[in-house]
Design a protein around this ligand. Structure first.
Ligand code: NDP
Length: 271
């Protein structure tokens, strides 16, 4: 049976094994999917050992940049993202790296939540790996403006420079923010520590602005609670993005696109 795995550190609480298990059952694909803990100083060894037999791997925190450097070829999405979250072992034994995070985010917002991104003014908070991985697909969706805001402004400016030929992108520090936008995407790790980035309430036009936190938890994140208090039209967490990026990986590996709606519903039910 074809074997796949998610590799990270920590990995015990990863939802990828149940997600891919549900995809496999739904599509009738015969595969085995496991979670592998890699030592922080030996991701390469864990990857190499697994892919002697395994057909593909998902990569999570903190190894996505290392995965980018280790693969033999990359899709355009992975190339610019500077990070790889999906690896496929090709028939000649070489490793192809993809990054499906951005496609997953855009699909969750446009298809699942029903917000078309074309013509929208979007604020992307954060300039770490997650933010970098979603910029290209966001720009491809045709927003009027994508502004990257980060605590360390230089990192936001670097991203704006890197993607400036791909669409209308700019950079800012938190102090410069004032005008309301159509969509705020939180790609910082602040929610993990229960912290809120210093966002002025004026960013949210009550009943109009949508808010998306890439983090997910059984209860609303601190960012989504704040957004709700300011009257945001809709607050969404990152569970849908997680399921959609997994579906993109499944499609790359198996050539079959799973129906994500029942899988997302099942995960929400489990809490
Ligand atoms: P990184 O460590 O690479 O980047 C962290 C970012 O958060 C930096 O921009 C950092 O700013 C900023 N930050 C951290 N704390 C604060 C704070 N208190 N106030 C303001 N900014 C802060 O993390 P990742 O980019 O890899 O991950 C970010 C988030 O995205 C995580 O919560 C992760 O779980 C989530 N994620 C979700 C996915 C999904 O499928 N739903 C997929 C991938 C990621 P600075 O540069 O100034 O330090």
């Amino acid at each position: 049976m074809d074997r796949y795995a998610v590799i990270g550190n920590p990995i015990a609480h990863s939802k990828s094994p149940p997600i891919h298990g549900l995809f496999a059952r739904q599509t009738g694909e015969q595969l085995q999917y496991e979670a592998l803990l890699a030592p922080l100083d030996d991701f390469a060894g864990t990857l190499r050992d697994f892919l002697q037999e395994g057909r593909g791997v998902n990569v999570t925190v903190p190894f996505k940049e290392q995965a980018w450097a280790l693969v033999d070829s990359r899709t355009p999405a992975a190339e610019r993202a500077g990070a790889v979250n999906t690896i496929q072992r090709l028939d000649d034994g070489s490793l192809l790296g993809d990054n499906t995070d951005g496609k997953g985010l855009v699909r969750d917002i446009q298809h699942n939540a029903g917000l078309p991104l074309a013509g929208k003014r979007i604020l992307l908070i954060g300039a770490g790996g997650a933010a970098r991985g979603v910029i290209q697909p966001l720009l491809e969706a045709g927003p009027a403006q994508l502004c990257v805001v980060n605590r360390t402004v230089e990192k936001a400016e670097q991203l704006a420079m890197l993607f400036k030929d791909q669409g209308p992108i700019s950079a800012a520090g938190f102090d410069w923010l004032e005008e309301s936008v159509d969509l705020i995407i939180n790609a910082t790790s602040a929610s993990l520590d229960g912290q809120l980035p210093p966002l002025p309430p004026s960013l949210i036009r009550p009943g109009h602005t949508w808010c998306y936190d890439m983090m997910y938890a059984s209860e609303a994140t601190v960012f989504n609670r704040w957004a709700d208090e300011q009257g945001a039209a809709r607050c969404i967490d990152g569970l849908g993005m997680l399921v959609e990026q997994a579906a993109e990986a499944f499609f790359l590996w198996r050539g079959v696109r799973p129906d994500t709606a029942p899988v997302l519903a099942s995960l929400r039910q489990r809490g």
